[in-house]
Design a protein around this ligand. Structure first.
Ligand code: ADP
Ligand code: ZN
Length: 189
């Protein structure tokens, strides 16, 4: 059997988790041997599932480091799913290659860009080595056009380029936006 790497990318709310879940559910129907992973930092809804914003879910193993994937793989494994792949260390790229070389179908989903519109973590390199890449869009929350970017808001205002990731007492939120409506302030307040 032939292994390969599939990647699903796009901004927040574009349906990456939905698409990953759809592919995993179809692999389940095909009676494939499947393991799904997610970074432990993402526990927005559930610690043991990949959950989309619309409520679909599939069981997943939360892990801290990419290398832990090997603890759950054996000769029977046919499909490996990875959600929020941007949060993993760079080792995830070698692991995906290694699994695909072993004949495993690797399906990874994650953000291609951070809130600044810059390439996010290991995702860009994973795209480069993948057989299949699907870049999907959300709906821009400002103008309704296809959204490719994740807008970071702090207390309802667009974040600045150098705003720290965690701000005490601030309300942080994200929405999907197109290139035109996406704002990142580059100067100080
Ligand atoms: P992702 O994993 O890319 O963040 P999800 O798969 O979790 O996306 O959620 C996608 C779902 O989010 C859509 O099917 C839709 O129901 C909902 N949604 C909420 N806001 C938006 C938006 N601005 N654009 C598109 N879908 C949205
Ligand atoms: Zn827009």
């Amino acid at each position: 059997n032939h292994g390969y790497i599939e990647v699903v990318i796009g901004p927040m709310y574009s349906g990456k988790s939905e698409e990953l879940i759809r592919r995993i559910k179809r692999a389940e129907i095909a009676k494939q041997n499947i393991v799904v992973f997610k970074p432990r930092i993402d526990d927005r809804y559930s610690k043991e599932d990949v959950v989309s914003h619309s409520g679909d879910s599939v069981g997943a193993i939360p892990i801290n480091k990419a290398n832990e994937i090997y603890n759950y793989i054996d000769e029977k494994t046919q499909v490996v799913g990875i959600d929020e792949v941007q949060f993993f260390d760079e080792e995830i790229i070698n692991i995906a290659i290694n699994l695909a070389d072993k004949g495993i179908r690797v399906i990874a989903a994650g953000l291609d860009m951070d809130f600044k519109g810059e390439p996010f973590g290991p995702t860009p390199k994973l795209l480069a080595v993948a057989e299949f890449v699907d870049k999907i869009q959300a709906i821009c929350s400002v103008c309704g056009q296809p959204a490719t970017r994740s807008q970071r808001l702090i207390n309802g205002e667009p974040a600045r380029y150098d705003d720290p990731i965690i701000q005490v007492g601030a309300v942080e939120s994200y929405e999907a936006r197109c290139r035109k409506c996406h704002v990142v302030y580059r100067d100080k307040k």
